[in-house]
Design a protein around this ligand. Structure first.
Ligand code: GLA
Length: 731
């Protein structure tokens, strides 16, 4: 999978479908030659190097020139494009000259633990190339890591800087991945939005200049997701060329594409350089987070399936990695913080009667937490509300025959809390400056071990005294006045990254000590929905917007990179809390099935007729959840382009599939719509069942002609916002 050609001085990384080529030039610098569909290289290295420019234009030190594609480019010696890294040396110079020193090729993959990274279970699954470069003046080593997977068209990358010299260096920018593409004929697709409208798909044609998405909020995906696609104009779900990129990290990030006026596109992905510096003293190493990049010539859906498989099976970890997720009921939308033990038990009992497997107690159970102003940071039970504490309540719930889950927001404190009274210095605060609150809360300085330890002790006590099977780890505000009171002035640029390392370290301790617990990550919904967090929490709450119509879009967008098992998706009450929209309970469930399914309401509050429907939904999901959560997922119709949406999951063994057809607004007398299915066996015969009516079809028919989905023709279905669930069983 990885070869070094002495003659050409090229490294070729390939599997059955893709090739990546790096070259060492005459000055011992690394040039990037190629990433794409599998090719074989003869002697035509120079052609790949310059692409569109005549050699004679360069003259002199031509190989440093900005028009030569670099593997990990630096600024200051003739490359004017956005650099992969900047290191400032003691004399203030930022010039460097990293030259090839040596390389290693080995089976398997290096772990970045406790920083998240994809992994292998068997060394034959991947091969790694590690290239060592050295800058003689600053006496710094730079290692570039490339892992190519045998069965995924994905390459994982990260870098390490090690200071060998006596003088420290300051890393001001250190991208995890740089990729120079030879042209700019791509659409830049990003997943951008805000609270309640996460991951709207945005597309723009690349143009000269820099285009980017980023976060400087301390949390990864409050506005833009740390993932994006570059696709050729005619690439669609089924065919065509695209590159996909995802950053395996949960903090500030930059994803940029810098397009030169010679149409070259340079991609950089890494920790956002704004407010970032890392001091590296002799003997110290700085490791960047991992970034992964995929190539497809088989369309976007194939690329998504590749990411799903890698993330689900070789990034997520722990007991729940391959395990069907419990059907849960969360009390948040039903009660918010206004509840007592009786109320909670009445919700839990009704949930049990419906067949729910896990009851989750959300915000409001601790300290003096009766409103947003109080209690965050005090992770001990509020005995006025819950006289038998969490240990008692969790046992009462488990005695009902259900598992018990609990909400925490470990990284936060209210000023009105015992934590703040005892340790006012634990929150981020810049001396002599006002600390801004948001939701009346402040960010704890998780870059300090002492602070993380304090929270760990409290969480550990509650968890070990109680019967807890699930934790919802929330994070509900962005950073301001970031400053670590213990670090020297020239290390303050490290705080944001150290913070995320602190978050990972707490996750690491808790997941190791409580391996039976399922963690779900949340950040006011999807503000921390990134590949990094999946390493610790295999599912994420997709959005606080639980409206069925909006969830079709959000879950559809989630599917470009993140496996279906990772999308927290719940049925909530109507009119919907966020949109006031009324949708039918079957529509709400049909959409939520495509995720880690649950309920977010008090089942005592719905009609008997609806309760009977809920019971059937739960029974149905218990039988079929593996197909939804772990099947091969296909996008069929985009809700961003249509009055309709469609997607489906096909069981790994192909025996069963479920498809969703969604119609936003009813239209009288419209042309019948056909939904073409995907991922079936063309020669097999399938029974297709819609609302209890079954018909027989060949796979080839279902995929090429499709099924008629004229919702108004189907008994009992009319009006707006209808989602039909189509069951497809191989005969
Ligand atoms: C955030 C979460 C919600 C809920 C509340 C509790 O908004 O996204 O699901 O847990 O916090 O305060």
């Amino acid at each position: 999978m990885i070869n070094y050609n002495e003659k050409n001085k090229t490294f070729t990384l390939d599997n059955n479908e893709i090739t990546y080529i790096i070259r060492i030039d005459e000055k011992a610098h690394l040039n990037h030659l190629y990433f794409g569909k599998k090719i074989c290289l003869a002697d035509n290295v120079e052609e790949l190097l310059y692409g569109h420019l005549e050699d004679k234009l360069f003259g002199g030190d031509r190989l440093l020139n900005t028009y030569v594609n670099k593997e990990y480019g630096s600024y200051g010696t003739g490359d004017y494009r956005s650099p992969a890294f900047i290191i400032k040396q003691e004399n203030g110079s930022k010039i460097s000259n990293f030259c090839y020193h040596s390389h290693k090729v080995y089976k398997g993959k290096k772990s970045l633990h406790p920083m998240p990274s994809s992994y292998v279970e068997d060394e034959s699954e991947a091969t790694t190339l590690e290239i060592l470069l050295y800058d003689e003046v600053s006496e710094t080593e730079l290692r570039l890591f490339y892992t190519i997977f045998a069965k995924h068209n994905i390459i994982a990358r990260h870098c390490e800087f090690t200071q060998k010299g006596n003088s420290p260096i300051y890393i001001e920018k250190a991208m995890s991945l740089q990729l120079d593409l030879a042209d700019m004929e791509y659409e830049f697709i990003t997943f951008s939005g805000s609270w309640g409208r996460e991951k709207e798909i945005r597309s723009r044609k690349l143009n000269w200049g820099t285009q980017s998405v980023s976060s400087t909020k301390g949390v990864s995906s409050a506005e833009h997701n740390p993932s994006f696609i570059l696709k050729r104009e005619h690439c669609n779900e089924d065919s065509g060329v695209a590159y996909g990129f995802a950053f395996v990290y949960s903090g500030n990030f930059l994803c940029e594409v810098d397009v030169s006026t010679y149409d070259q596109s340079r991609i950089n992905i890494g920790i956002h350089p704004q407010n970032f510096t890392w001091k590296l003293e002799k003997g110290e190493t700085f490791t960047t987070p991992e970034a992964v990049m995929a190539y497809t010539y088989k369309g976007l859906n194939k690329m998504s399936q590749d990411f799903h498989k890698l993330f689900r099976e070789r990034l997520c970890r722990g007991k729940f990695r391959d395990k069907a997720r419990p059907i849960l009921l969360n009390n948040w939308e039903a009660t918010e913080m206004t509840f007592d033990e009786d109320k909670i038990m009445s919700i839990a009992k009704k949930a049990k009667e419906a067949g729910v497997e896990l009851f989750v107690l959300d915000d409001g159970w601790f300290g003096k937490r009766n409103d947003e102003v109080h209690g965050l940071g005090d992770w001990f039970p509020n005995l006025e509300k819950l006289p038998s504490g969490i240990s008692g309540l969790s046992r009462k719930v488990t005695d009902l025959g259900m598992k018990f889950g609990l909400w925490f927001e470990p990284e936060m404190a209210n000023m009105a809390s015992e934590l703040y009274e005892k340790h006012p210095d634990y929150i981020f605060r810049t001396k002599d400056r006002h600390s801004h609150s948001f939701r009346y809360q402040y960010v704890l300085d998780f870059s300090r071990k002492e602070v993380v330890d304090y929270i760990y002790k409290q969480m550990h006590k509650v968890i070990s005294e109680s019967e807890i099977s699930y934790i919802k780890w929330d994070m509900n505000r962005y950073f301001t006045e970031v400053y670590n009171i213990e670090l020297e002035a020239d290390r303050q640029g490290e705080v944001m990254h150290r913070y995320i390392l602190g978050v990972y370290s707490l996750y690491d301790r808790l997941t190791k000590e409580f391996p039976e617990i399922l963690f779900e990550s949340c950040s006011s919904g999807g503000a921390r929905f990134d590949a990094g967090i999946l390493y610790y929490a295999p599912q994420t709450w997709s959005s606080d917007n639980t409206d069925a119509n909006d969830r079709v879009e959000i879950q559809y967008s989630n599917s470009f990179f993140y496996p279906i098992s990772s999308h927290g998706a719940h049925v909530s009450a109507v009119p919907n809390n966020q949109t006031n929209r009324i949708t039918d309970i079957e529509t709400r469930a049909n959409i939520s099935y495509f995720g880690a399914f649950g309920y977010e309401l008090d089942l005592n509050e719905i009609s008997e007729e609806e309760f009977e429907i809920v019971k059937k939904q739960i029974e149905f999901y218990k039988k079929n959840r593996e197909v939804f959560q772990f099947g091969n997922y296909y996008r069929l119709l985009s809700p961003y382009e249509n009055n309709n949406a469609g997607f489906m999951s096909v069981a790994k063994d192909g025996s069963k599939a479920f498809a969703l057809f969604y119609e936003r607004l009813a239209k009288p007398n419209r042309a019948p719509k056909r939904l073409k299915l995907r991922g079936l066996d063309k020669d097999s015969v399938y029974e297709v069942s819609i609302l209890g009516i079954s018909k027989i079809y060949y796979g080839s028919y279902l995929m090429n002609v499709g099924i008629s989905t004229y919702i108004s023709d189907i008994p009992k279905k009319s009006g707006d916002f209808n989602a039909l669930l189509i069951e497809i069983s191989k005969i």
